[in-house]
Design a protein around this ligand. Structure first.
Ligand code: MLT
Length: 312
């Protein structure tokens, strides 16, 4: 009877609102991706998928919230590459990255842009590097905390120019952008999902993209490699997770809704405007996300250890 009952309960899943935790402040790149996907998933699931922003500690607070949530399919996490880098950056995490979650699928991979407040002197990446090296004790670099994509890119930048700079952490690069626009902080490496409008509006300066090739939306913006930073490439992949032990029927429904959302023409069009594109059906699967996370933990571990940046 219990089995039948449990089966019946899951057969009706979802019967109520689903919470999608975004581990950064509202208004930032992760929030932008999540709200687009959540709205579209709601249509297929027949229940609201509402975004809850749980910022702090570079995304690890929000991830921890989901790791300890009820594994009933009503709490999911949308997080990015920081899920992988935090596994190395944090010596004490509230969750076991590879055992605390089940996987729904990959969502999108977003390029980053190296940007600055609009009145910072440098005019190209080369002069930005010289400026940073020449003013290393005063130049400020915004990020969203250790474990954030902006932190990772900033760390790669400092490693590439062999110079440590002053970093200013925020609960997300949404709030960080406000200070960049206001001139309270100098430089940031952030995802196109958060910088496109400002770059197009000329309210911030852009020096490079971190994608292997130039972006259609910014044909005149060089890649970081073109700008003189060899091998400087980083793409911010995003995935949807649930707490470990979520019923397979629920995961299957979430996977189906995610794949439909990624084929929603409004989502695809908005992603394109923001310099990115939806993951394929093959990538929007539990197996693809699991493989991505495991591979990325292994890939970034030695790079982080070489840079020697940890959260104690
Ligand atoms: C955000 O959504 O605020 C960003 O993803 C933060 C980051 O990872 O840099």
């Amino acid at each position: 009877a219990a089995t039948v009952f449990a089966g019946a309960a899951q057969a009706d899943y979802p019967e109520r609102t689903i919470t999608m935790v975004v581990p950064f402040a509202a208004g930032g790149p992760t929030d932008t991706v999540a709200r687009l996907v959540a709205e579209s998933m709601s249509k297929d699931l027949g229940q609201q998928v509402i975004v809850e922003n749980v910022g702090g500690a570079g995304g690890t607070l929000g991830a921890g919230r989901v790791a300890s949530a009820e594994a009933d399919g009503y709490t999911v996490l949308l997080h990015h590459i920081g899920m992988a880098t935090s596994a190395t950056l944090y010596r004490k995490l509230a969750y076991d990255t590879l055992n605390a979650f089940d996987y729904v699928g990959l969502v999108t991979e977003v390029p980053m842009t190296i940007v600055a407040r609009k009145d910072l002197e440098p005019t190209d990446l080369k002069s930005l590097v010289e400026y940073a090296k020449g003013n290393k004790d005063t130049v400020t670099v915004a990020n969203a905390g250790i474990g954030a994509a902006s932190h990772l890119c900033g760390m790669l930048f400092m490693s590439a120019i062999e110079t440590s700079l002053v970093t200013v952490p925020y609960k997300g690069t949404g709030p960080a952008m406000t200070d960049l626009l206001g001139g309270q902080v100098d430089i940031m490496c952030d995802q196109t999902t958060n910088t496109t409008k400002q770059i197009q509006g000329g309210t911030i300066k852009a020096f490079a993209v971190t994608s292997p090739a130039r972006l259609d939306i910014f044909p005149d913006l060089p890649t970081a490699v073109e700008g003189g930073l060899p091998g400087f490439e980083v793409g911010i992949w995003h995935g949807v997770y649930t707490p470990k032990g979520t019923p397979p029927e629920a995961i299957a429904k979430l996977e189906g809704a995610l794949q439909k959302a990624l084929k929603d023409e409004n989502v695809a069009a908005r992603f394109a405007e923001l310099g990115t594109k939806p993951s394929s059906d093959a990538d929007a699967t539990p197996a693809a996300l699991k493989a991505k996370l495991e591979g990325e933990i292994a890939r970034w571990k030695p790079i982080i250890e070489k840079a020697g940046q940890y959260a104690d």
